[in-house]
Design a protein around this ligand. Sequence first.
Ligand code: ADP
Ligand code: ZN
Length: 298
Amino acid sequence: MYALPVAGIELGGTKCVLTLAHGPDTILAQETVPTEAPEDTLSALAAVLARWWADTGFAALGIASFGPVCLDPAKAQFGHILTTSKPGWSGTDVARRLVAPYAVPMAFDTDVNGAALAEMRWGAGQGLRDFAYVTVGTGVGVGLVVNGLPTRGIGHCEMGHIRVPRLPGDTAPSGCPFHDDCIEGLASGTGIRAALGDQPVASVGPEHPVWDRVASAVALLCHTMVATTGPQRIAIGGGVLQRQPHLLARIDPLLRASIAGYLEVPQAPYVVAPALGDQAGPLGPIAMALQALAAGAA
Ligand code: ADP
Ligand code: ZN
């Protein structure tokens, strides 16, 4: 363990969680700031960091953010939020300005890539090289780790917007304004609300057909991953899975039926719940900061 803790910020759509920790068993402080106008939110985050810096200091800073974000350090936009429907946040620099007062290593990534790294370090992905963390909440996010690293590319993983076949007879609206049949449009909280119309989600029982649509779309997401980078395990969390506990157990058999024996899917438990629970998100930037520290020391 390093003498100094590291600091992490998880920037979420509704709230941001700051964590000062060595790891999950040594969380020294955790504070929450509401996500409102960028200037208000960022100055509140900066104030907490300044206080922690004065109190104990920190050896590195991790920042894991809702997207879309620029992850390419060669670009001027690195560490910025890109075009988003969140009012005021498009083009906001979140990473460089928060680390600017401190001469410490900084790591910046998506919230789901951070959660994937935290699960690999301390949770459901320990000892694995290839792993996926999926969250089914307001949207569908995927942190896909290949050969120990979260995928990069022209942007970042947006597997929630992969288009999948709808179940026969499912003509209900999609929750995605861009795609009529992407996983997020069919399975996210937004997609569920679009399908249910006026019916409140809390009022529909586990036998309602909307859950067939959700389970099918998430199983097809898993099929896509099995057939592309082949995670050794897939952890699925988020508000929809948490509030509908019958869903998780349905996904593994649907995945196996969909693969239909063509590829060997690792034995169950293959599709699992995140072991870190609610802390997978907040601990993401802590895992990232520890990685940045180790890389700097190497
Ligand atoms: P976020 O994705 O915004 O971080 P959560 O992961 O907590 O938040 O997920 C919130 C989503 O959960 C909302 O989109 C909401 O529609 C959905 N949700 C709320 N209640 C239920 C429920 N009883 N069953 C299924 N989904 C629900
Ligand atoms: Zn979409």
